[in-house]
Design a protein around this ligand. Structure first.
Ligand code: NDP
Ligand code: MG
Length: 390
């Protein structure tokens, strides 16, 4: 590549953040690590600041920032703290690419600012698109910001569609099926967080790993794909593909299908989002087709995994339904991880919140945040009731 690009990682202490650092380390002539953002993991963040010496480092959590601010003071890195500092960093003119790897709804406001300042964004976070896909995509067009998907399925679709002037007739969104694909439905209620976190193919943050176990991850990805590729819901088909070699496929009007295949390693979609429209040398392991000589598909079982059905319902109803789906899910997933509710209570909480929701037909960013906030408060109340039952 002909110019060193200045990169900021928002969420550097997380799973995607660490993989992104791994990728960037290999291409020192192409990229400079200009800024890092984290939230609570102060010790890990301090180690990263010492190792990568970014110009800027921001910790969203003030208390966590206090724990390391004196140590960072001795390093040349400019250190700041708080959510506003995260948003201000997203606006900086001396950053070319932002890897948006903050988890959950907290990514939305920094993402909007990154878009408004016309950045290239390697977008891993999916919740922001589920909450505000239309606003995000319209703003990106208005401000000529480039959004390159990092989520492996969407990166696959993006790669299959690259250079095409026509739209696909259908998208096949593949998924490994998660850690509980073989668990009988009757055993799901008593699944522990440890069991649900044991993903067979991907090593990821806790929230997305539970979403993979409930299949909500696939549901969120359907909504993510609708926005990224302006596709209607009925043209996106989920396929369970346990080997996780095909990362998604697109079918064209004549029935021809293109797929993207690679080892299940997030370093590849991260690398591609950074190098796009060029390609660099392989960081992830290459596929060995003799060792991986089986490619199978299954229908997703929505009666066993009702979260996927709820996501389809929210996508179909539209308006503010995906916002409450996402908010209730996020609160329920953390409550399950904190052992306050059972695994099968996650869809129960979401269903109750969706049933109660009075959708807004017209809404702006402020409305989105307020709908999100209300759904979280309501979900907490339902969880407290379920918890007192246990
Ligand atoms: P992790 O939980 O591993 O990491 C989340 C990162 O975000 C951490 O660095 C965390 O900081 C930081 N963070 C959390 N809240 C805030 C906040 N309010 N302000 C600033 N930083 C914050 O998540 P993952 O890396 O697994 O996932 C990140 C996103 O990417 C998610 O939206 C997920 O759906 C998506 N994604 C992830 C994939 C994966 O393989 N992991 C695959 C595809 C998509 P700290 O740890 O210091 O608190
Ligand atoms: Mg994915």
């Amino acid at each position: 590549m002909n110019k060193t690009k200045k990169v900021a990682i928002f969420g550097s202490t997380g799973s995607i953040g660490k993989s992104a650092l791994d990728v960037l380390k290999r291409f020192k002539d192409d990229f400079e690590i200009k800024a890092l953002v984290a939230c609570k993991q102060s010790k890990k963040f301090l180690r990263q600041i010492k190792e990568y010496k970014p110009d800027y480092a921001v910790m969203a959590d003030m208390k966590a920032a206090d724990e390391i601010k004196n140590s960072v003071g001795k390093i040349k890195t400019e250190f700041s703290a708080g959510n506003k500092a995260v948003i201000d960093l997203a606006k900086r003119k001396d950053i070319d690419i932002i890897i948006m790897a903050i988890s959950g709804a907290s990514a939305l406001l920094p993402l909007i600012e990154a878009i408004k300042s016309s950045k290239t964004i390697a977008l891993a976070n999916k919740e922001s698109l589920v909450m505000a896909g239309k606003i995000v995509m319209n703003l990106a067009q208005k401000h000529k910001a480039t959004i390159i998907p990092v989520d492996s399925e969407h990166s696959a679709i993006f790669q299959c569609l690259e250079g095409k002037k026509y739209k696909p007739a259908r998208i096949y969104l593949t998924g490994s099926g998660g850690p509980l694909i073989k668990t009988p439905k009757s055993k799901l209620r008593n699944i522990t967080p440890k069991e649900a976190l044991n993903h067979p193919k991907w090593s990821m943050g806790k929230k997305i790993t539970i979403d993979s176990a409930t299949l909500m991850n696939k549901g969120l990805e359907v909504i993510e794909a609708m926005h990224l590729f302006s596709m209607p819901l009925d043209k996106i088909k989920v396929l369970i593909h346990p080997e996780a070699i095909i990362h998604s496929m697109v079918e064209f009007s004549d029935g021809s299908i293109l797929a993207q295949l690679a080892s299940p390693d997030m370093k590849l979609p991260i690398e591609y989002a950074l190098s796009y429209p060029e390609r660099l040398k392989a960081v992830a392991q290459r596929v060995d087709f003799i060792k991986n000589n089986k490619i199978t598909f299954l229908e997703a079982d929505i009666s066993k995994f009702p979260c996927l059905k709820l996501a389809y319902q929210a996508a179909k109803k539209g308006y503010t339904y995906p916002i409450v789906l996402n908010a209730a899910n996020e609160v329920a997933v953390w409550a399950f991880l904190d052992k306050k509710i059972k695994f099968t209570d996650i869809p129960l909480v979401i269903k109750k919140i969706m049933k109660k929701h009075k959708p807004l037909k017209k809404y702006n960013l402020k409305d989105i945040l307020s709908v999100d906030n209300q759904a979280r408060l309501d979900a907490q109340k339902i969880i407290e009731r379920l918890n007192s039952r246990c």
